[in-house]
Ligand binder design. Structure first.
Ligand SMILES: [Cu+2]
Length: 182
């Protein structure tokens, strides 16, 4: 019984892994696996798809939409932040599990919060967009943290969002400076 559950879990994981294109996401998902034989299995799968150049069966959810993506960029040495509104018109929650961008090095899910007068930033493993609801990424709240920004003002950068159901979405975000926003 327990074994069956484990296999189901494995199947889900496999589906999820297959749709990631960023190496960061793959290694992140791999890190979640506890058993070494599972790790081997996944390594083989990922390696095979890389070697054979198999297309990742990426698909976009028909019920999730992203509006007004933009990036606030200050300096190359300071992480930039990505903002947007993610809307979910589906009947079940959409769970954002990661993000990647060729212009960011690592692109992380973060949340800013104030705690006893101090501004804090938290690393989020997932961000849930409720059914028939939306989550707004904005200064002072949820944001995508672009750790090594390679961009300049006026550029448009691509950011890919990965969801728990295996769907992905790539958005084009215009780059703004310290004083401006869309
Ligand atoms: Cu941050």
């Amino acid at each position: 019984m327990a074994r069956k559950k484990e296999l189901l879990f494995l199947k889900k994981k496999k589906q999820k892994n297959f749709c990631y294109s960023g190496t960061g996401a793959v290694s992140g998902a791999r890190a979640q696996l506890s058993k070494s034989f599972l790790r081997l299995f996944f390594k083989k799968e990922v390696l095979a798809s890389l070697l054979l150049g198999l297309p990742c069966p990426a698909w976009a959810s028909p019920t999730v939409t992203v509006t007004k993506p933009w990036v606030r960029y200050l300096l190359p040495s300071i992480p930039a932040a990505g903002y947007m509104t993610v809307r979910n018109d589906g009947d079940s929650a959409a769970v954002l599990t990661g993000a990647s961008s060729p212009s960011c090095g690592m692109l992380m899910l973060h949340k800013s919060e104030e705690s006893s007068g101090m501004a804090m930033m938290m690393d989020m493993q997932t961000i849930t967009i409720p059914a028939h609801g939306s989550v707004t990424f904005q200064p002072g709240g949820y944001h995508l943290m672009c750790m090594s920004p390679a961009m300049k003002l006026g550029d448009t950068v691509k950011m890919t969002l990965s969801f728990q159901d295996g769907s992905t979405m790539t958005v084009a975000a215009p780059v703004y400076g310290a004083q401006s926003s869309p």
